[in-house]
Write a protein that binds this ligand. Structure first.
Ligand code: F6P
Length: 370
């Protein structure tokens, strides 16, 4: 049986991380193992910043937002150290050995799964759990944090409905999700949005404006437009796919194209603001923009996230007891199953065009701008 376990949270925080740390810690202790926490993601292993997660520390954190361990987006192989960026994999392996760890538990999103896989290849025993409000990790139906963020976004849309109605305005709501549309799609559906724009379906601005004008002609005097932060017009989607195709070409100048892609994504930050003013011009209706941003990552986790995180933590302890490593614990319907980290690393779960949520939304008249 494994005895000494390390744990860290990495990537963007979200509600439910503490519930997962608590679930893992309590079940690990029941099984006779001990747990040390590494602070601020993989950086904690580089600088050997730890604390012992005893029963006292694990108590009272189930409902707490954020992560008591702290987090960062630092990657083991590209870690900013002073004014340099260095590969710190070897140092991480040394810290792991110094603490006589039998395994390291990494709770994180897509980037974390990739980094954890790197450490697995460097010889560490790894078990991971999926967390991200984006719900875009491959091979899992659900991630810690998604349900809470969805609830927050839906509540915001509900509140925006009444002010949109009173002022007869278009209210555009930008929802997080990185390059995936799960959060915008779910929040848009549950919030009864009239238009939902997601990265997986490139939109035509004129079609969006037409849908709003149709509502006006039908006597509806307001519209709610939910926009995923990664949503793109058809023109922008063409530019991106050209650049990606060029990048994939073996003869291409990868650095130049990566720089171009970078510039594109930086400019995209103002996308929803521009969309809002374009809609105002095209429809003649007063428009306002609300960006929900990091509100979606804050506060107490929903009941569903607490249950998911606790279950993931206890399954994690069971796997560690059996010395089953190299896996991410994934959600498949009502069950939790280990999947090979190698199959998860570097992949993304986007919304399929034929997903039932899209079909239902279209059947109740929601416009996707396509
Ligand atoms: O991955 C979670 C997420 O909130 C994304 O939805 C968003 O694009 C990103 O993190 C924001 O990251 P940061 O907190 O580093 O600005």
């Amino acid at each position: 049986m494994a005895r000494h376990i390390g744990i860290l949270t990495s990537g963007g925080d979200c509600p439910g991380l503490n519930a997962a740390i608590r679930g893992t810690g309590k079940a690990i202790s029941e099984a006779g193992m001990d747990l040390i926490g590494f602070r601020d993601g993989f950086r904690g292993l580089v600088h050997d910043r730890t604390f012992t997660l005893d029963q006292h520390l694990l108590s009272g954190i189930l409902t707490l937002g954020g992560t008591i361990l702290g987090t960062s987006r630092d990657k083991p192989h590209k870690m900013p150290i002073g004014d340099k960026v260095m590969d710190m994999t070897r140092v991480i392996v040394e810290t792991y050995r110094k603490h006589n760890l039998d395994a390291l538990v990494c709770i994180g999103g897509g980037g974390t799964q990739k980094n954890a896989y790197r450490l697995l290849k460097a010889g560490l025993n790894i078990v991971t759990m999926p967390k991200t409000i984006d719900n875009d990790i491959a091979h899992t139906d659900m991630t810690i944090g998604f349900d809470t963020a969805l609830g927050i976004a839906v509540e915001a849309i509900d509140r925006l409905h009444s002010t949109a109605t009173s002022h007869h305005r278009i209210i555009v709501v930008e929802v997080m999700g990185h390059r995936a549309g799960w959060l915008a799609l779910g929040a848009g559906m549950a919030g009864g949005a009239d238009i939902i724009l997601i990265p997986e379906i490139a939109y035509d601005i004129q079609k969006v404006a037409n849908a709003i004008n149709d509502r006006t002609h039908a006597g509806k005097r307001f519209s709610i437009v939910v926009v995923a932060e990664g949503a793109m017009s058809k023109d922008d989607a063409k530019i991106i796919s050209l650049l990606l195709r060029e990048k994939a070409d073996k003869k291409s100048d990868v650095a130049r194209i990566s720089e171009k892609l970078n510039q594109f994504h930086q400019a995209h930050v103002n996308h929803t603001m521009n969309l809002t003013s374009q809609l105002e011009k095209l429809t003649g209706l007063e428009s306002r923009l609300t960006i929900l941003g990091h509100l979606q990552r804050g506060g107490t986790p929903s009941a569903a996230d607490r249950i998911l995180a606790t279950n993931l933590g206890t399954v994690c302890a069971t796997l560690l007891k059996k010395k089953e490593y190299g896996v991410m614990i994934s959600v498949r319907g009502n069950t939790l199953v280990p999947v090979n980290l190698k199959d998860v690393a570097g992949k993304k779960k986007l919304v399929p065009r034929d997903h039932p949520w899209i079909e239902s939304a279209k059947l109740v008249g929601t416009c996707f701008g396509d």
